[in-house]
Design a protein around this ligand. Structure first.
Ligand SMILES: [Zn+2]
Length: 142
């Protein structure tokens, strides 16, 4: 499922934007595929094929112009740029200070709380999911 979804996204990003995706890397908890769009921003693909932009707090907030989550993810770099222009508090536990998030769910910014958080907190920060949902993910890591 994730390989198929990655292929669909790669094709759409290439066709509509002329941009490339990096080969997907599996997240340390084993549940997600992570790919970097145009060397600029990480996109995650969940176990059931759902897309997400880990660094963007809630991309729906910045993407009313996009008709679907898939369309927003095709423009993940634009969603990040939009977030960058908004002052928001990383202490609320969602989103990252930098757009590229690694397989360990860290964004490599000393100014981001993720640098000292536990895995479950980094997953919560990176995904559009509740705390209960990310605890289940961590506890059921393959
Ligand atoms: Zn971070």
């Amino acid at each position: 499922m994730q390989t198929k979804k990655f292929g669909e996204l790669r094709e759409a990003v290439k066709k509509r934007r002329g941009l490339n995706l990096s080969e997907p890397e599996r997240s340390v908890d084993g549940n997600y595929f992570l790919t970097i769009m145009a060397g600029a921003v990480t996109v995650s693909i969940g176990p059931k094929g759902g897309f997400n932009i880990p660094a963007v707090r809630k991309y729906a907030n910045g993407s009313d112009e996009y008709p679907s989550v898939f369309d927003a993810v095709v423009y993940a770099d634009k969603c990040w740029e939009r977030q960058e222009t908004l002052q928001f508090d990383l202490a609320v536990g969602k989103g990252h200070d930098k757009p590229i998030v690694g397989a360990d769910w860290k964004c490599r910014s000393a100014g981001c709380p993720c640098s000292s958080e536990k895995l479950v907190d980094r997953l919560y920060r990176s995904l559009d999911r509740t705390r209960d949902q990310v605890e289940v993910l961590v506890n059921n890591s393959p």
